[in-house]
Design a protein around this ligand. Structure first.
Ligand code: SIN
Length: 527
């Protein structure tokens, strides 16, 4: 009997891992808490980075990735990413992802911040994630339909949608399945269901919902990290939350891709002055953390008002600029215009928002976590590839590269029944030595998001982090009995928030996305 693998999550990492594991002969059950298509992947605008052009070099992509990671990336992981990336991108092309081509028939080269070469491929202008998600889901659904038949598609794949990961099941010292809450709907309670497995691959994405302002969809509540923590898996680098520099402010923040700045849009203050050049010689195309902080600081100087992104000069006149923006960035163009703004004629307001978690479940280069039988891939994982700051458009690439590796390896590990030694877990100080704050606000998701935005956001210091830690400890001390999906998500957010704040307190120097206002003079990268 072939090994049974449960994959949790349906973004690029989970879908790729599931397809590869099935191709390698595993029985695969993919579970996802919404419908397959509703993963964070579909919101990725900019594109996928990869060495796809003859005059680009893997060494250069590697150097750019390591530089963005601010000295904390694992060079071996980065090498895997850049060297295996092109093959994975070609696989996506073979699945039907139509990356945009120019009049000459060649792929259009996109530039984003901190890349030394325009190596970003995009699809549908700014709808790359949607195009990739669609192609992978179509392939997966075709495989599921084919489950009983023979043919060239994998033959033993099933999908359970609306299935929320409650916890990992441990048996005999290894991860042996998942406990789920299945079928919850408005007015209907979900049912608990246990699925046993030889191995579990977590591909549950990040935790942007920790913050009051985020580019992430509502599903990004840190479920996989929290389940792994409860099971005792090693988790690291949670202090490294990347803030995207440019989103449209509002109740629902809307990402304005870095590719817009890659096309030449500039950031201006209330007086119309370009301020990003004060922070870094690369100005608007400096590393993300630098630009995001420059914006936050400028907002502080101008009474909290958003800065503005000026795309009005991208073509010779307003009509040509409007046509260009609509063609190159159709998704953003629609969102901008839906807010009553005409970005071909006037600069638009932008603010930073939480975007991507570099830390996560510690894995080796094949997705193996520190518990036998557990694997993690994509944003939920910490392979070391991103260090302290992810390079633009390396996230889809990571999902494709490490999703494939994990899918291939899980099949071999599960078939052999011999679980390789887990990766060494880094030593992290993860317990806040703090007393609960009895006078803090009542616990709610909104209160937690506000707390983290204020005290553990783009710029942190010991006082703010200690305050956050004590409020979180106060919430932890309160009795709760989470049953619904939303309540379970809130518990996950609380747990991940505690660990994030503790990690941010422990790392007293500034590095990459972790910026301490009160940084002590320590070597960059030293905690
Ligand atoms: C963007 O399009 O700016 C986001 C892409 C990414 O997060 O890499």
């Amino acid at each position: 009997m072939s090994a049974h693998v449960v994959v949790v999550g349906s973004g690029i990492a989970g879908l790729t891992a599931a397809l590869h594991a099935a191709d390698a002969g595993c029985r695969v059950t993919l579970v996802t808490k919404d419908v397959l298509e509703h993963a964070n992947t579909r919101f990725a605008q900019g594109g996928i980075a990869g060495v796809m052009f003859a005059d680009d070099r893997a060494e250069d992509h590697m150097r750019d990735t390591l530089a963005a990671g601010a000295g904390l990336s694992d060079p071996a992981a980065v090498r895997v990413l850049v060297e295996e990336g092109p093959a994975r991108i070609r696989e996506l092309v073979a699945l039907g992802v139509a990356f945009d081509r120019g009049a000459d028939g060649e792929w259009v080269k996109g530039l984003e911040a901190a890349h030394s070469y325009p190596r970003i491929l995009h699809a549908g202008g700014d709808a790359t994630g949607t195009a990739i998600e669609k192609a992978l889901v179509a392939r997966l659904r075709a495989s599921v339909r084919n489950s009983d038949r023979s043919g060239d598609l994998p033959t033993d794949l099933r999908v359970i949608e609306h299935a929320f990961l409650v916890d990992l099941v441990m048996a005999g010292g290894r991860v042996a399945g998942v406990d789920l809450l299945v079928g919850e709907a408005p007015g209907r309670a979900g049912e608990r269901e246990r699925i046993e497995a030889d191995a579990v691959v977590l591909a549950t994405g990040g935790a942007g919902q920790l913050y009051a302002h985020t580019t992430n969809p509502p599903v990004a509540t840190g479920d996989g990290i929290a389940a792994a923590l409860r099971a005792g898996a090693a988790v690291s680098d949670l202090e490294f939350m990347q803030f995207h520099p440019t989103v449209l402010p509002g109740d629902e923040a809307f990402l304005v891709s870095e590719a817009v700045r890659g096309e030449g849009a500039t950031l201006i203050d209330d007086t119309g002055r370009r301020f990003a050049l004060d922070a870094h010689p690369d100005g608007e195309l400096a590393p993300r953390d630098v630009v995001a902080r420059a914006i936050a600081e400028q907002m502080e100087r101008q009474g909290g008002r958003p800065v503005r992104l000026d795309a009005t000069h991208l073509r010779a006149n307003a009509e040509e600029t409007a046509a260009f923006l609509a063609r190159r960035f159709p998704t953003i163009d629609a969102a901008v215009r839906a807010r009553g703004l005409d970005w071909a004629r006037e600069p638009i307001p932008v603010v930073p928002a939480a975007h991507y978690l570099m830390g996560g479940i510690v894995t080796d280069l094949a997705g193996r976590a520190s518990l036998p039988g557990l694997y993690a891939v994509g944003e939920v994982a910490c392979t070391g590839v991103h260090g302290a700051n992810r390079l633009a458009s390396n996230s889809l690439l990571e999902g494709a590269v490490f999703g494939a590796r994990t899918g291939d390896v899980v099949a071999a590990d599960a078939a052999s029944g011999i679980w390789p030694a887990p990766p060494a877990a880094p030593v992290v100080e993860d317990r806040p030595a703090t007393l609960p704050d009895p006078g803090g606000p009542a616990f709610s998701r909104g209160a937690l998001q506000h707390l983290l935005w204020e005290d553990a956001g783009l710029a942190r210091d010991a006082d703010g982090l200690a305050h956050a830690a004590s409020v979180l400890a106060g919430w932890r001390a309160q009795p709760r009995d989470p049953r619904t999906e939303a309540e379970l998500e809130d518990e996950n957010l609380l747990l991940v928030a505690e660990r994030l704040v503790a990690a941010a307190l422990a790392r007293r120097g500034s590095v990459g996305a972790h910026y301490r206002r009160d940084a002590v003079a320590v070597l960059e990268g030293a905690a």
